[in-house]
Design a protein around this ligand. Structure first.
Ligand SMILES: [Cu+2]
Length: 279
């Protein structure tokens, strides 16, 4: 009877584990450009830098796991090997040069091994490649505005992106989206109009502070078309949670079409003469 119950319990345990692993892996697959309920990992990376960060994080987790297992094994070894019963006469040793050198040098080597990929990723993020598209992003309490500078007959317009609470994903959608072409280096110059905000898109593996009076810069190259959501990531006031970021990555042709449409659309909104005519 006991065995049956135990078997029963263990099969339930296995089933639960299966459901957990299944759901976390499906969440991982579904979390493209937005978070998913119960998602355990990062959102699917769509830039090489975001993929680097994910790999780095996985490496760190395994390293931390190995260190934890090693420390646990040491503790257990000490508990059993040096208990009062097993070792009634304790050693009076206070120094051991070899061990002291080892426990200083080995952690230093581990930190150096962690620092190398970390600094490499940071160097890529802070590099300044030639941009195909430049967009100025301005944080306001509590919305973002995007400035597409004029280049020949293209660009030269500004628009605001406010939260659209009717749209899904909830509190992540905006009324106007930032649009960029796929496979191109997009440079964002980020600043703020009032308090410190932070422009962040998890799928692109990046986050940069929007600071009044300062122009910060960051770049990304999205490898895959789609809609990617982010949020202001610096606590900035009452409606901090209501200033999402939506970036649509589209083909080069769709981007060119959008530029033309957007120029007319946003010019029409801002055009004072038109309002005067309408009166
Ligand atoms: Cu903010």
């Amino acid at each position: 009877m006991r065995t049956t119950q135990a078997q029963h319990r263990s099969s339930w345990g296995l089933a639960a584990l299966g459901v957990f692993l299944g759901s976390s892996s499906s969440a991982l697959a579904a979390g493209i450009g937005q978070p998913e309920p119960w998602q355990m990992s990062r959102q699917v990376p769509v830039t090489a830098e975001a993929a680097d960060l994910l790999n780095f994080e996985h490496g760190l987790h395994w390293l931390a796991f190995a260190i934890s297992v090693f420390v646990l094994a040491l503790i257990l070894y000490c508990i059993f090997k040096f208990s009062e019963k097993a070792n009634p006469t304790p050693s009076r040793t206070t120094h051991n040069t070899a061990i002291e050198v080892a426990w200083t040098i080995i952690p230093v080597l581990i930190l150096v091994a962690v620092a190398i990929p970390s600094f490499r990723t940071l160097r890529t993020q802070l590099s300044d490649p030639k941009a195909d598209v430049v967009v100025k992003v301005v944080g306001h309490a509590w919305y973002w505005s995007y400035v597409y500078p004029a280049e020949g007959d293209k660009g030269g317009f500004t628009f605001d992106a406010n939260v659209d609470e009717e749209q899904q994903p909830k509190l992540l959608a905006t009324d106007n989206d930032m649009v960029v072409p796929v496979g191109k280096i997009v440079k964002v110059q980020v600043t703020s109009d009032d308090v410190i905000h932070s422009w962040a898109i998890p799928s692109f593996g990046g986050k940069i502070d929007a600071i009044p009076g300062r122009l910060n810069q960051w770049w990304f190259k999205a490898d895959r078309e789609g809609t990617y959501h982010g949020q202001c990531s610096e606590l900035c006031g009452a409606r901090h949670a209501y200033m999402p970021i939506t970036v649509r990555v589209v083909s080069e042709q769709a981007y060119a079409e959008w530029l033309t449409e957007a120029k007319t659309k946003y010019a029409a909104i801002d055009n004072g003469a038109r309002l005067a005519d309408a009166r």
